[in-house]
Design a protein around this ligand. Structure first.
Ligand code: ARG
Length: 490
């Protein structure tokens, strides 16, 4: 039930617009105020910048502008301190703020909405919110990528199988595997950086759908709020939620990277693999089975990825088929827009905290590649280095694998005589590559698993993470915007 929905307590929506109120149940049901409270600081900053602009172009008297701005910034400070208690009974945060101002300041409050619509206002609020959240998320993901690079550098000496089709394929270093996780995360971080860039034009001044006949200067608001410029077409702007779609997509990309990493961790901590040990500080127990050390954190990360994908779907289906212009459907962007930041940052933080408590078991890892079968390709390539056509080398090595199996011995211990009985080209140097360390060291192609190549990858990850961190840091915080708005002379 909407608070203040009867005339006696004064429905504020009516106070603000002078219009007859909606049936209280319908107003309550259609209100976005509860979600909107999350970005009330963004709304207040937008209004403070708007008031500053109105003064600069002469649409507000200096005194009125100062009163309005001071009241808005005081509300911002209350909101930042968690002390702002906005009354309900309003369709959205914009009306709630305007009604509050009008109650506090009287008629001056009625000037706030000059040359503005809630259609461009809500777009501004959401852009500020998404930009801030996406930048914070970007900083977290870049930090995780760079921690993974440190981790990779420490695990250089550990050798384990890489998998294709979840079958043992070829030996790689653990550093190489951890770098692979990091690369995927960095691609997602790059999409996050794009999502930040896509928010970076000010929509304010688009009005309801076609601009305004009043002599506003949109560039003032854009400058004060740290936008790179203003949007180009008012009609497009007020119906545009592509920046939220991009934000949910970028968030989902991070979660997908984290969920695939999580599956590796979940598999590798099973006793079937036992490549990774999970520390007590991050393992969950079973209420019944005393022996259990479960990787719940990583399972939950996978589940969060499902929600991230759901948010992308919600945005895609929300905007598909809408007519050009503003439609109230767009208010339902809220759940996906506001969920994405906490969802992605929560999962990123969980992986950051938990991964430090995982350690590779070097002996178990090495044992999984010690029978030599994963080095069959290396043997074939050694024959190629001696001049044999690859397909012939592949066949000869295949025969050797077959012979070893028939004799019930590992490829690693089949021996030179047996190899020679298969093909005269086999010699000591060819069979030496059956040692997984030799096989790993030999993969010197760009992007390969040889230590010097992995060091290059680690260096690249560190550089990319640093650059993305700088991009995140270049986005002004809400508090910095508050100071910039207040510092502007009016
Ligand atoms: N409450 C709307 C939202 O949050 C903003 C105002 C929409 N405009 C309108 N004419 N009802 O998206």
């Amino acid at each position: 039930m909407v608070k203040g929905a009867d005339k006696a307590s004064g429905i504020a929506r009516t106070d603000a617009t002078g219009r007859v109120e909606m049936i209280p149940e319908l107003l309550a049901w259609s209100s976005s105020l509860n979600h909107d409270r999350t970005f009330v600081r963004e709304d207040l900053l937008g209004s403070a910048a708007h008031v500053t602009m109105l003064r600069k172009v002469g649409l507000l008297e200096p005194d009125d502008a100062r009163k309005l701005r001071a009241a808005l910034l005081a509300m911002y400070d209350d909101a930042a301190a968690g002390k702002l208690d906005l009354e309900g009974g309003e369709e959205d945060v914009h009306m709630a703020v305007e009604a509050r101002l009008t109650r506090e300041l009287g008629d001056v409050g009625k000037r706030l909405h000059t040359a503005r619509s809630r259609n461009d206002q809500v777009s501004l609020d959401l852009r500020l919110h998404v930009r801030d959240q996406a930048a914070r998320t970007l900083a977290d993901v870049a930090a995780l990528a760079s921690e993974l690079a440190d981790r990779a550098a420490r695990d250089e000496g550990v050798i384990l199988p890489a998998y294709t089709h979840r079958q043992r394929a070829q030996p790689v270093s653990a550093a190489f595997l951890v770098s692979a996780w990091s690369m995927q995360l960095l691609r997602a971080a790059d999409v996050l950086a794009q999502a930040v860039a896509h928010t970076n034009e000010s929509p304010l001044g688009s009005g309801a759908c076609s601009g305004t006949s009043l002599p506003i200067d949109r560039s003032v608001v854009a400058r004060l709020l740290g936008f790179a410029g203003v949007t180009a077409n008012a009609l497009d702007t007020i119906g545009d939620r592509d920046f939220i779609l991009d934000w949910t997509w970028a968030g989902a990309r991070v979660l997908l990277a984290l969920s695939r990493l999580s599956t590796d961790v979940i598999d590798f901590t099973t006793s079937e693999f036992a490549f990774l040990r999970i520390g007590d500080a991050v393992a969950a127990g079973s209420s019944m089975m005393p022996q259990k050390k479960n990787p719940d954190i990583f399972e939950l990360v996978r589940a969060k990825a499902s929600r991230g994908v759901g948010n992308v779907m919600a945005m895609l289906t929300l905007v598909r088929g809408l007519p050009t212009g503003y439609n109230r459907d767009l208010q339902d962007d809220r759940q996906a827009a506001l969920d994405t930041g906490p969802l992605v940052r929560g999962a990123t933080g969980a992986v950051r905290a938990a991964i430090a408590h995982l350690s590779f078991d070097p002996a178990r890892c090495l044992a999984a590649v010690s029978d030599g079968s994963t080095q069959a390709t290396d043997i074939a390539e050694a024959l190629v280095r001696k001049g044999m056509p690859f397909r012939e080398a592949y066949k000869a090595t295949g025969q050797l694998v077959h012979l070893a199996r028939e004799r019930g011995v590992d490829l690693a211990s089949v021996g030179l005589d047996a190899a020679r009985s298969v093909h005269a080209a086999f010699d000591e140097s060819v069979l030496a590559v059956v040692d997984p360390r030799v096989a790993v060291a030999a993969k010197k192609s760009t992007g390969g698993t040889a230590p010097e190549r992995v060091e290059e990858q680690i260096a690249w990850i560190r550089a990319a993470a640093t650059e993305l961190g700088h991009k995140a840091a270049s986005v002004p915080t809400l508090d910095a915007l508050r100071r910039a708005v207040e510092a502007e002379a009016i």
